[in-house]
Design a protein around this ligand. Structure first.
Ligand code: FES
Length: 92
């Protein structure tokens, strides 16, 4: 059983897409997982490493992990702010 070139190309694209979604390769972790941990209160790469292992290997991902954690916090703050504005406008 062999793979045709289209099957091979499709498999390559899927593997490449999966790899690009991973932030930490030592402890395979996606940005979505990091965002979830951020929403549960994780604020630093050290906390994230203790919690799920992401960033506990070579350290090459630390900058990206910190960026995703930061972005998640900013989005959460914006969402809270929007909620407050909505509840204030309803109260008026
Ligand atoms: S890639 Fe994340 S610790 Fe190595």
């Amino acid at each position: 059983m062999g793979l045709c070139w289209m099957g091979l190309l499709t498999m390559t694209v899927k593997i490449t897409t999966l790899a690009s979604m991973l932030i930490c390769l030592c402890q395979p972790t996606t940005a979505k997982e990091v965002s979830r941990h951020a929403s549960e209160g994780v604020e630093t790469v050290a906390e994230l490493a203790r919690r799920c292992g992401a960033g506990s290997g070579c350290g090459n991902c630390h900058r990206q992990l910190a960026q995703v954690l930061h972005n998640a916090r900013v989005l959460q703050a914006e969402a809270r702010s929007e909620d407050q504005r909505s509840s204030q406008s309803i109260a008026l």
